[in-house]
Design a protein around this ligand. Structure first.
Ligand SMILES: [Fe+2]
Length: 296
C-alpha cells in the first residue's frame, strides 16, 4: 500500500521545524554534512492567506500551500461539471506576455459549454489572479499556463518541475477538484541520486509498457506500482502527504540545467499527481522570463 498521510491545514508564520532531523537526537547539527543541513532546513508552509504564497522565495522553503477558509460556490459548480464530463478542457499550453493578457487568451480558449456564464467568468478571473500572483512571486512578465481536465493516470510518478535556464525557479499549481497532489518532505529524501535512479527506472518501465504486448505490459505495470509503493529514495517510514483539492501551491522549481544531478533535496518540491479517480481541472503556471526582464 502507498504510504499516505493528509496534513492538517494550519497557518504557520515560520518554516516548519525539522521532522526527524537529525536522525539521532544526540547528533549535533554541526556534525551533519552540508547536504543534510540543507535538507534539515527544508520546509513546506501552510496557510489560509494567499499573501503567504510569496514566502516560497525564502531560503529552505520548497512549497507554500494555501487553502482558503471557504470555497466559493462557483468552484463546486466547476468540480461537478468537470467530474460529470460536461466541462472539458483539452490539454493545452497557453503563453501570455503579461498576466493582464491572460484573460483574453482564456476567453478564447476555454470551452463555451459546460459552465454557467458567471461560473466560467469566475474561473477565468481566478486563473488570472493566479497569473498575477506568479508574476509577483517570480518578478516575471511572460508566463506559461498548462491547463486541462483529465482523469488521473499512472503515467507520471514522483518528479520535480523545471524552468528554462536562468528563469525564476517558482511556479504555481491549482487543482480545482478531485484527488490532491501528493508530495514528500525534502528532509525525507535519502539522496537525489537515489531519487533520479527511481525516476529513470519508472520512466523506463512506463515507456516499455506502452511498447509491450498485453501480457508483458501487465507485468511492467505491476513493477511500476511496486516501485511507487516502495519509493526507495525515501527514508524508512517517511510519509507521503496530500495537498487538499482547491488549494493553491506555490512551489520551487529546478533550473533545468541541474536536473539529474546530485543537488540538495531542498532545491525543488518533489510531488506526484494522483493515479486514479475522477477527472480533475489542473492549472499549472511557470515563468518564462528572467527576474525583472522586460518583454516589449
Ligand atoms: Fe509537476
Amino acid at each position: 500500500m502507498m504510504r499516505m498521510r493528509k496534513h492538517r491545514v494550519v497557518t504557520r508564520l515560520n518554516p516548519l521545524p525539522l521532522r526527524g532531523k537529525p536522525e539521532s537526537p544526540g547528533v549535533p547539527m554541526m556534525s551533519l554534512s552540508m547536504q543534510d543541513r540543507q535538507a534539515a532546513a527544508a520546509a513546506v508552509l501552510f496557510s489560509t492567506d494567499a499573501a503567504t504564497l510569496m514566502r516560497v522565495r525564502e531560503p529552505g522553503v520548497q512549497a507554500v500551500i494555501v487553502e482558503p477558509a471557504a470555497h466559493a460556490d462557483w468552484q463546486a459548480e466547476v468540480a461537478a461539471a468537470v467530474e460529470g464530463g460536461r466541462f472539458v478542457i483539452p490539454r493545452a499550453t497557453l503563453v501570455a506576455p503579461r498576466w493582464e493578457s491572460l484573460a483574453h487568451v482564456l476567453e478564447s480558449h476555454l470551452p463555451q459549454v459546460g459552465l454557467a456564464f458567471e461560473t466560467r467568468l469566475a474561473l477565468i478571473d481566478d486563473l488570472v489572479a493566479l497569473a498575477e500572483a506568479l508574476t509577483a512571486i517570480a518578478a516575471c512578465h511572460r508566463l506559461m499556463l498548462r491547463v486541462f481536465t483529465e482523469p488521473p493516470t499512472e503515467h507520471c510518478g514522483f518528479h520535480l518541475d523545471t524552468v528554462a535556464p536562468g528563469c525564476p525557479p517558482y511556479g504555481l499549481l491549482k487543482v480545482y477538484n478531485g484527488a490532491g497532489t501528493r508530495y514528500v518532505d525534502a528532509a525525507d529524501v535519502r539522496s537525489m541520486r537515489m531519487f533520479y535512479d527511481y525516476l529513470a527506472l519508472r520512466e523506463r518501465l512506463v515507456r516499455e509498457r506502452h511498447l509491450a504486448p498485453a501480457g508483458q505490459a501487465q507485468a511492467l505495470q505491476a513493477r511500476a506500482r511496486a516501485l511507487d509503493a516502495e519509493l526507495p529514495f525515501l527514508r524508512p517510514a517517511a510519509p507521503v502527504q496530500v495537498v487538499p483539492a482547491g488549494a493553491t501551491v506555490a512551489f520551487r522549481h529546478l533550473d533545468v540545467r541541474e536536473h539529474g544531478s546530485n543537488h540538495p533535496s531542498d532545491r525543488a518540491w518533489i510531488h506526484c499527481s494522483p493515479m486514479a479517480g475522477a477527472a480533475r481541472l489542473v492549472a499549472s503556471f511557470t515563468p518564462l522570463d528572467a527576474a525583472g526582464a522586460r518583454q516589449g
